[in-house]
Ligand binder design. Sequence first.
Ligand SMILES: [Zn+2]
Length: 688
Amino acid sequence: MRRLRNGLVVVALIGLGSGACRGRAPRTPSSLLLVTVDTLRADRVGAYGSTQGLTPALDQLAASGWLFEHAVSSVPLTLPSHATILSGLDPLHHGVRNNGTYLFPANRETLATRLKASGYATGAFVAAVVLDGRYGLNRGFDVYDDRIARASEGRSVLESERPCGTVVAGARAWIQSQAGPFFAWVHIYEPHAPYAPPPDLAALHPGRPYDAEVAAADRCLGELVAAARAARPEHLVTAVTSDHGEGLGDHGESTHGLFVYQSTLDVPMVISGTGVTAAKRTKDLARSADLAPTVLALLGVPGLGGVDGRDLTAGGGAGESYAESDYPTGFGWAPLRSWRLGDLKLIEAPKVELYDLTQDPGEKRNLAGAEPRDVERLRGVLHAALKSEIRPSARRVSGETEERLRSLGYVAGGAAPAGPGTNALDPKSALPLLRDFERAMESEASGNLKASALILASLVTRDPANLTFRRSLASALRRSSRGGEAVQVLREAEKTAPKDASVLHDLALALGEQGELVQAIEFEDRVIAVDPGFVDAFSHLATLQAVRGDLVKARDAADRAIALDPNNAQAWSNRGNIARGQNQAQEAERSYRRAVELSPDLVDAVNGLGVLAVERGDLDEAARRFEHVLEIARGFDEARLNLAVVESQRGRLDRAIELAAETNRVARDPALRAKAAAFLRDIRGAAR
Ligand SMILES: [Zn+2]
């Protein structure tokens, strides 16, 4: 009841507020710049005590503003933690519990929806696919720039992130074009693994790639803050925080997500600008959820109401905080839940942990055995909090997304999280398995599929119930042309999990590659029966039906894939191929162009545009398109033969012969080699 009444009051205030302001002396609303530097450990920041000089821009911001010495994230995962930063809700109450699989609820407010309703222009500029607009954080933003190139064949690594220079350039242009108050959220991804710092910073911090990435992020932050200040010399509030830290070997964890120790929960939090006292430092516990209520108070905009976060301008923090990780459940291991009360911190796991963070900030001495009463006390508070958990709205992670998350080091959660107290493996005990899994992923990333498959096979033996291990093994086998073995591995997995859509879909893919079209279609139908929102199942079905020659069914499946994921370049490209097969040139052209807009280097679509150009006699454009394809993917044999045909039509016979001969020599597909040979005979005949 109370929440409802608060809601009504808030609505009334907004209505009155804008009218009343016009009548009275005008108060210029401050603009808001929120920067989230992904994976930034607090202890790497100068203002938090680091002496390495990695963060001059953030240090300067802290000197001119308000720094929270004990700022904590409630979840060491990018999407859930950003959902908390933007909404003031803990994961229990926004329901986004992992990357890739959950949707932010459509009925909850965020900084964006609230500021938009208060007359702000709103723009978001995100650097990683983990924060793609499809997960629901885009609501309330006029502009949600998540344009990160999608999958393109011919590239060994999918683009999953983009450099902060690109993100900041977009944000800067948008900020400079704003006349009224704005809210810009800029997400910088540099400190997240895999670490690939710019050469100058790598040289400055040799052997410390994470630190060099922190310096790279700070350099972008400095440029961005300078641009925002130039655009709004007055009336600007800037808030900088991170979504989580990084293990860097603490507790055996190299990255983040498996554990909820402070290495991955302590984050910087700094607010500076209009209405903020300079050089202020607060020792109270400040949670990610407190950020939104606090900045709204500074902006003079009505609070969100009914959220976990508190307005820290009112003084005093909550003094306690919740934290969790569901990341282990992606492997079938136990989730972690934690409650911190003052100095004491409880981690609820199959083997419970209790730490005194003042005496033991490194969380090295587990007091759970010695202090059973404290365990029970904190457990009581934690379990009471867990009772208020909302039912999350989950979504199916696409194979492309799954692969891109994997390239960032994540496994997307598939299974429903097991509750605390089930007999799933404790993440602490699972650590050796995770480390071997990470080794397998590293081998895979460096192209050593054989080594990867060996490690994964041993993991399947050691943890037979683990579907992630089995699916990863099958994936490595498929990519090493051992598709038959992959089918066997997946059939074993299907026995234990006959309703797991991901397993069924993998099986369909493996069978399709083996030429078992009918069986593959049967499995995709089963996938769709289990999960009607599974985009990849529709995309694959489109391809399978097209190969079988049923273009009507193929087109239907492609359309459904696009309806589910309109930003999926590959799906648009598939649709283009099918429309071309149906002799609908305009429809094909439109689909390919959309695909190329979303992913300029998607060779399949660029090649399609080349073919359409040939068909309408525009040989110059056709040649340009095919050359583009070959620049991106030397091994795209079809494009090379296409280019040979175009060159012969343009009268460049020598070049045509050269290209066709190369195709005849190197093409993997015997049918294509035969076509190239026939073309060579014709053209040589004509040349004589
Ligand atoms: Zn993150």
